[in-house]
Design a protein around this ligand. Structure first.
Ligand code: AMP
Ligand code: MG
Length: 678
């Protein structure tokens, strides 16, 4: 719908924010038909000049700023006599001074505004050194100003702060005061070429060339970029690419939608029904299946072959197909204890017995003459001249010879040579994770050693300033993940290497990753796009990220990538999420890298012993166990609940699509045993 999308992350800074790009400053991303340019600006004037340059190019443009375009009901009327935002913008532009060096009078102007209202407020919050008696320093000092705290849209967006707060952590009020004054000037410059949604257009798509809209970048997870704000404007511009005319229609359920449009405004793309777990529109979330397909295609086996004694091969992965070196059994032998003879040579009556006995597979007895019988025991090789064995329970011997109660069928009670395996038969395929039973077969088929893959070395690194060793004295969070992941790895047959712990520091993290003497690395923590999430950022800057936004719960954030030739799984910090993602993503990949066949567990279909409803768009993995023929799930889905992991004996996998499960419905259950984790 738009050729050019501009997403601006605004700032109310009172001084230039310096020549070096930094966070909490102005960042703007311009996306022209999918090609993005992202810039940092030390001043508002510089940012607005740059934006003007883009607007002059004449494209159909969606221009978004991340501050409120209106105030709660009643504010505009009190100041301008009209219940509309745009006259208020002009009113503010006349009173807010904002210099090219960011110097501005917003606190003084806010005090002037407060004086127009009864009581104390509505604005509050100011630097301690400013002597502004009618701008209270705290929220609680306000009283009787008579205005609502929030706009309608701010009751819907999780985490939105009221506009009245001008200072201190997270305040957004100052940005709107200086921002709306700036937008008033921008509108004056662009005239009819620009329309403000929804203040000017109502709940319809703006038809003017430039659509000016309010945006809220934290609706979308930031793109990976060295600075979070930078990632946020990139992600926002990308998300806005998917805008459809629907986004501009009334957000529903609002009783006074017209007044909201005119006076308060709305944040583009916010829907009132959205829960904090709803995936915002405009983002491509990688499905679990897509992520697994990438891993499968990206990380083949590169492990060398080696020959190991067959007795040490259990748990190792076969490097080449194995064929039988000899038949099993190597020779025809007796299946029971009894009497052996040649069936065709039997005559009715007493059978003469030859001296001696055939006792074992290895003793070669003399040939047995036609019409004669020999004492034979289970497993003994049939002597020449013997093709049939009579059970000893069916026989009696006296001085005359052998008496049989019944004549057995030809070949009875014998095992032919090679009835199990013939020499040269294929017995075990390459890629097999050898089990004790496979070792048995290989030995029976004549093998003393087997060709296996060298063990994969996999490192485990914990990140986070707060992490302390197990058992160490608090404060701190005990490192659950590293010992947990190391023990998971050893069950998967790889060499688990403890890479220790690094603080939230990119240089320490880089050094630890570079130095790791391993083929693959599991890290935990620091994988989202917060300020302390260095892993994802470092991976984006110096490694390669294959997938990052994976539609799975628990599991975000999860970074799958490459660090200088090593597979890297940037697991979430939460132990439950780390466990789940390691089991679902790292396990099949590490097994494949180790030389095994790609092995995703095949779920059992079992009746649910629980009820549950989920939305469309992401896989959900529940901690579960099987009791009395039904699958029960852990009471809490919170990903901090390590007790649920220990309680569980498997996972329930709910599909990506929305679903509603009632007790008795069949669900997919994966026992931990099938993940090598029982
Ligand atoms: P992060 O992904 O780094 O933001 O971490 C998310 C949460 O997981 C935070 O509460 C961390 O304290 C916690 N966490 C991170 N690493 C570990 C660990 N190794 N063991 C236990 N908890 C952790
Ligand atoms: Mg952390």
């Amino acid at each position: 719908m738009f050729d050019l999308i501009i997403a601006a992350d605004w700032s109310a800074a009172a001084r230039p924010t310096g020549p070096q790009p930094r966070k909490d400053a102005i960042w703007v991303c311009a996306d022209l038909k999918g090609t993005q340019t992202v810039e940092y600006f030390p001043t508002r004037t510089a940012a607005l000049d740059w934006i003007d340059g883009w607007l002059e190019q004449g494209h159909r443009t969606l221009l978004g700023f991340d501050f409120a375009f209106g105030y709660p009901a009643g504010f505009a009327t009190a100041l301008t006599g009209q219940d509309a935002a745009l006259p208020l913008w002009d009113w503010l532009a006349e009173r807010i001074e904002d210099g090219p060096d960011n110097a501005n009078n917003r606190y003084v102007a806010a005090q002037e505004i407060n004086r127009l209202f009864p009581g104390i407020g509505p604005f509050w919050g100011r630097p301690a050194h400013l002597d502004l008696p009618d701008l209270p320093p705290t929220d609680r000092a306000r009283d009787g100003h008579g205005l609502p705290e929030r706009r309608a849209v701010e009751t819907v967006v999780p985490g939105a702060k009221p506009l009245w707060q001008l200072a201190y952590a997270g305040a957004v009020g100052s940005q709107s005061l200086v921002g709306l004054a700036a937008l008033s000037r921008l509108r004056a410059r662009w005239g009819a070429e620009m329309q403000v949604w929804p203040q000017e257009t109502g709940w319809t798509l703006p038809l003017a060339r430039i659509a000016l809209v309010e945006i809220y970048p934290s609706l979308w997870p930031p793109a990976l970029a060295p600075i979070k704000d930078q990632g946020q404007v990139i992600a926002t511009a990308q998300a806005l690419r998917d805008a459809t005319p629907d986004w501009f229609t009334a957000p529903g359920l609002q009783p006074d939608a017209d007044r909201i449009a005119r006076e308060e405004g709305w944040i583009l793309s916010v829907q009132p029904a959205a829960s904090c777990f709803a995936l915002p529109p405009g983002i491509h979330w990688t499905t679990v299946a897509e992520a697994l397909a990438t891993l499968r295609a990206t990380f083949p086996c590169r492990q060398a072959k080696q020959q190991v004694p067959v007795g040490a091969a259990s748990g190792r992965i076969l490097a080449t197909p194995v064929t039988a070196r000899r038949a099993n059994p190597p020779a025809a032998n007796a299946a029971v204890d009894g009497w052996g003879f040649a069936h065709a040579s039997l005559r009715a009556g007493v059978i003469p017995v030859v001296p001696g006995r055939a006792a074992a597979a290895t003793t070669t007895a003399d040939p047995v003459a036609p019409g004669h019988a020999i004492r034979i025991f289970t497993g003994a090789a049939l002597p020449p001249g013997v093709d049939t064995v009579a059970l000893q329970e069916d026989a009696r011997v006296d001085d005359w010879g052998l008496h049989l109660r019944a004549i057995p069928k030809a070949g009875a009670n014998t095992r032919p040579a090679g009835e199990d395996v013939q020499a040269g038969d294929a017995i075990l395929p390459a890629g097999r994770v050898l089990r004790p039973s496979d070792v048995a077969l290989a030995i029976a088929a004549g093998h003393g050693t087997l060709p296996v893959r060298a063990r994969l070395r996999v490192g485990v690194l914990s990140t986070g300033d707060e992490i302390i060793a197990p058992g160490a004295t608090p404060p701190g969070i005990h490192d659950v993940n590293r010992p947990m992941l190391l023990s998971m790895l050893s069950r998967w047959g790889v060499d688990a290497v403890d890479l220790g712990h690094v603080p939230d520091d990119p240089d320490a993290l880089r050094a630890a990753l570079d130095a790791a003497p391993v083929d693959a690395i599991l890290t935990s923590g620091g994988a989202s796009a917060g300020d302390e999430d260095h892993l994802s950022r470092l991976l984006a800057a110096e490694g390669q990220v294959h997938h990052w936004r994976i539609a799975i719960k628990p599991g975000r954030p999860l970074a799958l990538g490459d660090w200088k030739g090593r597979a890297l799984f940037g697991l979430p910090g939460n132990p439950v999420a780390a466990f789940t993602c390691a089991a679902l993503f790292a396990r099949p990949t590490l097994l494949q890298m180790s030389g095994a066949d790609w092995a995703e567990p095949v779920p059992l279909r079992l009746p649910a012993g629980f009820a549950k409803r989920k939305k469309d768009g992401r896989r959900e993995v529940l901690r579960a166990r099987l009791r009395h023929g039904a699958v029960e799930v852990f009471a809490s889905e919170g990903s901090g609940r390590v007790s649920g992991l220990s309680w569980a004996e498997g996972f329930v996998m709910l599909p990506d699509e929305a679903c509603e499960i009632t007790p008795g419905d069949l669900v997919d259950y994966i026992p931990f045993a099938d993940l090598g984790l029982a």
